[in-house]
Design a protein around this ligand. Structure first.
Ligand SMILES: *Cc1c(COP(=O)(O)O)cnc(C)c1O
Length: 379
């Protein structure tokens, strides 16, 4: 089955009871048993729920995995991966990464005795310098947020494999439409389903997908033991969202390209960060690793003026000023005052998050309207 069919049919079958094409929302906490242990595959809804199960099968299908797991948020999914580790273990992580992931690692798991090394991974060889016999996990986010750097998953996977270390990839920005990390050598794929997979800004959810039975069992044990599952209503919405992923992503990529090219030609714009540009520092990897370049575009204005950036995001009418990304509607964010405000100015500027940086999640509206909106706001 090809990808564009998998998003609709992958792992799905009509419901056994009445043949409903969409899985029913099994809004129940428990399931009747005929005799102790005599049930139809479901006993208690934390352990498994048929609606969530249908979604988990769909996740496994689109990422070319064998097992999918759905969680109450992206961070709950990352939390489950960290619970594979023990006190004294070490993790090597991308340094330019989602703020909530950084907070989970440093403010919670460091206190449990896990050590993190945050490094730039654009040059994958650097990773080996940090590997020792305590290293258990390599954490990669690609493209990174908000600078859209690209990390070579194949090279990183070879290093992880050689040293018997797990490689987990946060595939939220790219989605399986653009890149499939399990095929490239990763052990675990993670998603904030809140973003592109859900796609309609109407739910908060996370996912993990693996291709190894033992790893799936360990993660399932953690999911059930810790309990950070998603509810059946959200599972239903995510199934519905996933069915149009390929169509939405195609348009996100087209509009992302149009917006990036428009900004690149604008006299008031200094830098445009979008991996599709030939002069993007990691364009060569992006070209091989991804099938297109996605709908995320960041840019800075000439003079790097904080107030001017605020003025631009306030003036936008179709782009909504908001956190998050990946929905059908276009969003704009100002990292220095929003997502990255808690990071000291000097620190954030080292990774490129300067005062005038604006991050766009380009939606699937009409391209001309989006460009006209940017035009009136930038002036
Ligand atoms: C949003 C996001 C997360 C966290 O997911 P939640 O669903 O908000 O918990 C993790 N990684 C990336 C790249 C994200 O964009």
């Amino acid at each position: 089955m090809k990808f564009n069919t998998k998003t609709i049919h992958g792992g799905q079958k009509p419901d056994a009871a009445y043949g409903s094409v969409m899985p029913p929302i099994y809004q129940t906490s428990t399931f009747a048993q005929s005799t102790p242990g005599g049930h139809k595959g479901y006993e208690y809804a934390r352990s498994a729920n048929p609606t969530r199960h249908a979604l988990e099968n769909a996740f496994a299908s689109v990422e070319n995995g064998t097992h999918g797991l759905a969680f109450g948020s992206g961070l709950a999914a990352i939390d489950a991966i960290l619970k594979l580790l023990k006190q004294g273990d070490e993790v090597i992580s991308t340094n330019n990464l989602y703020g909530g992931t950084y907070r989970l690692f440093t403010k919670i798991y460091e206190d449990f005795g896990i050590r993190f090394h945050f490094i730039g991974m654009e040059n994958a060889e650097r990773i080996e310098d940090y590997i020792n016999d305590k290293t258990k996990l390599i954490w990669v986010e690609t493209p990174t947020n908000p600078m859209l750097n690209i990390i070579d998953i194949v090279k990183t996977g070879k290093i992880a494999n050689k040293h018997n270390v797990l490689l987990a990839v946060d595939n939220t920005f790219a989605t399986p439409y653009l890149q499939r990390p399990l095929d490239l050598g990763a052990d675990i794929v993670m998603h904030s389903v809140t973003k592109y997979l859900g796609g309609h800004s109407d739910l908060v959810m996370g996912a993990l997908i693996v291709k190894d039975k033992d790893l799936a069992e360990r993660l399932y044990f953690i999911q059930n033991a810790s309990g950070a599952i998603c509810g059946p209503q959200d599972a239903f919405l995510a199934i519905r969202g996933l069915k149009t992923l390929h169509v939405r992503m195609q348009r996100h990529c087209e509009n992302g390209r149009a917006v990036a090219e428009y900004l690149e030609s604008h006299p008031k714009i200094e830098n445009v960060y979008w991996p599709g540009f030939k002069n993007h520092p990691n364009h060569a990897i992006a070209k091989v690793q991804m099938s297109d370049y996605g709908g995320m575009v960041s840019f800075t204005t000439k003079g790097n003026n904080y107030e001017e950036a605020i003025r631009i995001v306030e003036k936008l009418k179709i782009f909504t000023l908001a956190e998050s990304l990946g929905g059908v509607e276009s969003l704009a964010g100002h990292p220095a005052s929003m997502t990255h405000a808690s990071i000291p100015k000097e620190e954030r500027e080292k990774t490129g998050v300067v005062d005038s940086l604006i991050r766009l999640s380009v939606g699937i509206e009409d391209e001309a309207d989006l460009i006209a909106d940017l035009e009136q706001a930038i002036g």
